[in-house]
Write a protein that binds this ligand. Structure first.
Ligand SMILES: NC(=O)c1ccc[n+]([C@@H]2O[C@H](COP(=O)([O-])OP(=O)(O)OC[C@H]3O[C@@H](n4cnc5c(N)ncnc54)[C@H](O)[C@@H]3O)[C@@H](O)[C@H]2O)c1
Ligand SMILES: *[C@@H]1O[C@H](CO)[C@@H](O)[C@H](O)[C@H]1NC(C)=O
Ligand SMILES: *[C@@H]1O[C@H](CO)[C@@H](O)[C@H](O)[C@H]1NC(C)=O
Ligand SMILES: *[C@@H]1O[C@H](CO)[C@@H](O)[C@H](O)[C@H]1NC(C)=O
Length: 396
């Protein structure tokens, strides 16, 4: 200490200079890093570059969509508050696309209108793909306000920000749950919408708000009503990794894989007395790779003053029993199946008529082999037993 004290004076200026250089270097590195929101490449429109805001891009479908957009040379900003998504998925994307001006991640809550407005003010978006939502039918019957808030109200926040900042193109994630339980199958876009659970109702309300608003706002809107989404990136870079605490509300593919991994003792099929061929529910399972392809095509075909609504499904219904058989084959596990009472808010049979999107966007499902889709997803699950490596300590 004595030693350094004696040299204090002559080196004072040097230290100040060093500190200044280090600070400048830090700012430089920050600016270069893909997550820095002040990056000017994101704040200016660039001819030939379409900048897409992907809300919920840390989630299952949003991350796959971001990957596809980035592969197709779009500029992507992901906004997610990680309430349900995974920072690990963002990291995968950032490692794949580290070049400046490609991908930016902004941690923010879409329920925070001020924050959302600031994001729109600081970034030059050309289009919005709005995936962020809460999305479990069962949970929605238990916590309806969570659904109306995070689906309907947050969509309103997005629309207001788009209006205030002149962003005119919206691709909206809707769902077959907005149809409820129609008498006639398959479901076309003209099938009347009578949703029977808060999830479907909240999405239907959001659709209505979008439709009303777009009438005098020369917007280009594509509403995609997905059926049941399964599968994952065929190259194994991304997967589906919902929070462990959501397991009880989870979707069938997640439950199948959990059973195959021995995380849960077996599968609980809720309802075997539905009026279907084998008594279990019938659903239309759409592979996420096909689904994101529909998004890119929709974005490509979006035109001002035009609102289009499309079902995105395979057009083929598969029973839960069939699904379980495919899952057993894909995983090679002998999954124990237990049949329980029906789950509130569920409907017997749902499958799509995808002919409109086929006709108008030249889109068809390519991954229609259930077992193949599940095999791809299973590969990721097997090699990511801890999902994206989420924190091992979970709060109750
Ligand atoms: N998975 C399906 O089978 C299915 C079917 C039909 C429709 N959809 C719709 O597709 C969209 C994506 O679903 P998913 O399965 O990828 O869900 P997900 O839960 O994996 O992803 C949703 C993402 O949104 C984020 N998010 C939620 N609320 C937020 C908020 N307030 N602010 C910022 N981020 C927030 C979450 O953190 C998460 O990353 C949803 O709109 C869902 O309703 C999904
Ligand atoms: C995410 O957003 C919701 C509001 O939609 C909020 O209630 C929740 O606390 C946020 N979570 C985090 C981790 O910021
Ligand atoms: C959704 O909204 C509710 C308020 O109704 C809030 O408590 C919750 O944290 C929100 N966010 C999520 C991701 O559920
Ligand atoms: C439709 O898509 C197929 C491939 O999926 C392509 O070969 C064909 O050229 C496309 N047709 C039009 C009219 O774009």
């Amino acid at each position: 200490m004595d030693y350094s004290d004696s040299r204090h004076k002559p080196h004072f200026l040097g230290k100040v200079l060093m500190a200044a250089i280090l600070t400048a270097l830090c700012i430089f590195i920050l600016k270069q890093s893909p997550g820095f929101s002040g990056d000017s490449m994101f704040s200016r429109h660039e001819p030939g570059v379409t900048h897409v805001l992907v809300t919920g891009g840390a989630g299952y479908i949003g991350s796959h969509a971001a990957l596809r957009l980035l592969k197709e040379s779009y500029r992507v900003t992901i906004v997610d508050n990680l309430s349900r998504g995974n920072i690990g998925a963002i990291k995968v994307l950032q490692e794949l696309f580290p070049e400046p001006g490609r991908l930016q991640f902004i941690y923010a809550d879409l329920g925070d209108a001020k924050a959302v407005n600031q994001i729109f003010a600081q970034n030059a978006f050309d289009a919005v793909m709005h995936f962020a939502a809460v999305a479990y039918v069962g949970e929605s019957t238990l916590e309806p306000l969570r659904y109306y808030h995070n689906i309907t109200a947050n969509t309103l926040v997005i629309l207001e920000a788009m209006a205030a900042h002149g962003v005119k193109t919206l691709i909206y994630s809707s769902t077959c749950a907005t149809y409820g339980e129609p008498e006639k199958m398959p479901i076309t876009e003209e099938t009347p919408q009578f949703p029977i659970n808060p999830y479907g109702k909240a999405k239907k309300m959001a659709e209505d708000i979008i439709l009303d608003f777009s009438k005098n706002a020369d917007m280009a809107v594509m509403i995609l009503r997905y059926f049941n989404v399964i599968g994952s990136d065929p190259e194994g870079r991304l997967g589906e990794a919902p929070r462990p605490e959501l397991r009880e509300h989870g979707r069938i593919s997640g439950a199948c894989f959990d059973a195959a991994l021995g995380i849960i003792p077996g599968l609980k099929v809720k309802g075997a007395d539905y009026p279907t061929a084998d008594g279990t529910c019938v659903r239309d399972y759409i592979d996420v790779t096909d689904l994101v392809d529909a998004h890119v095509k929709a974005l490509d075909m979006a035109r001002p003053n035009k609102v289009s609504i499309y079902n995105v499904g395979t057009g083929k219904g598969r029973s839960v029993k069939e699904f379980v058989e495919a899952c057993k084959k894909a995983t090679g596990a002998n999954i124990k199946v237990e049949y329980l009472d029906r789950r509130p808010g569920d409907y017997a049979e749902v499958y799509s008529d995808p002919s409109k999107i086929n006709r108008e966007l030249n889109w068809t499902a390519q991954y229609t082999d259930l077992q193949e889709s599940l095999s791809i997803a299973w590969k990721w699950q097997k090699s990511h037993r801890n999902g994206y490596g989420s924190p091992s300590v979970m709060t109750a």
